[in-house]
Design a protein around this ligand. Structure first.
Ligand SMILES: [Zn+2]
Length: 235
């Protein structure tokens, strides 16, 4: 292996270490974001339960009011019964009382239904509140974990950046612009080893002649854009 190939291999390795640390750093905020979204979804659910409870209580109150109004009406009608003169009037009034009593019986069923609904929604609401609390605790835990790791990862990233810069020093000036563009586009993947004459990135096979040149230390970019280097004992 020539110094060129050795240097490129070392450069590739330190690029990969840097990239791994940078990916680790980027993962933290994404994890936090995902947990935040989960908390938001749970809060939306909770709000829906709160609205449902409010609606169920409103329905129960309205029906109760209606029941009381009807009961008053029935009492008034019954009072009138005593002052009735004719059978005809008596029949009309008792008919009205019977109809209103029937309507109230339906209302009572509906009120019972509304109260059952309130009980049910209250249970769901309590569960939902517990879920929101659990999801918020999880978010806080992950946020703390990410924060605890961040400083160390940033430090590592800085160390590797210095190492990359040091490992780049041997690159000849005429290679540097294309190399920079490759790093910009592909990150650590800007370099590719060649094994058994195949580019490890795109699997393109080099001719024996090109392989000899690569092993001899010639600077070569693959057609896939990667700066190639030969590894030891290749042929
Ligand atoms: Zn390639």
């Amino acid at each position: 292996m020539t110094a060129t190939n050795q240097g490129l291999k070392a450069l590739h390795e330190v690029h990969q270490r840097l990239q791994a640390v940078q990916e680790d750093l980027a993962r933290g905020p994404r994890q936090i974001q995902a947990k935040k979204l989960a908390v938001d979804r749970k809060k939306t659910e909770l709000e829906a339960f709160r609205q449902a409870l409010k609606q169920a209580r409103l329905t129960a109150d309205q029906k109760n009011l209606q029941l009381k109004t009807n009961e008053n009406k029935i009492s008034e009608l019954k009072a009138k019964l005593n002052a009735i003169g004719t059978n005809r009037e008596y029949e009309i009034l008792t008919g009205q009382i019977a109809a209103d009593t029937m309507a109230n019986s339906v209302l009572e069923d509906e009120i019972l239904e509304a109260l059952t609904k309130i009980d049910q929604v209250q249970i769901e609401l309590k569960q939902s509140e517990a879920e929101v609390a659990a999801f918020e605790a999880d978010l806080a835990k992950v946020t703390a974990e990410v924060a605890a790791r961040e400083a160390g990862l940033k430090q590592q990233s800085e160390v590797f950046q210095v190492q990359v810069a040091a490992a780049e020093k041997f690159l000849p000036n005429d290679i540097v612009p294309q190399y920079r563009r490759a790093v910009q586009a592909f990150g650590a993947d800007a370099l590719a080893s060649v094994q058994n004459r195949f580019c490890s990135h795109c699997n393109l096979q080099l001719t024996s002649q090109r392989m000899l040149e690569l092993k001899g230390g010639k600077w070569m970019f693959c057609s896939c854009g990667r700066l190639m280097y030969a590894v030891a004992d290749d042929h």
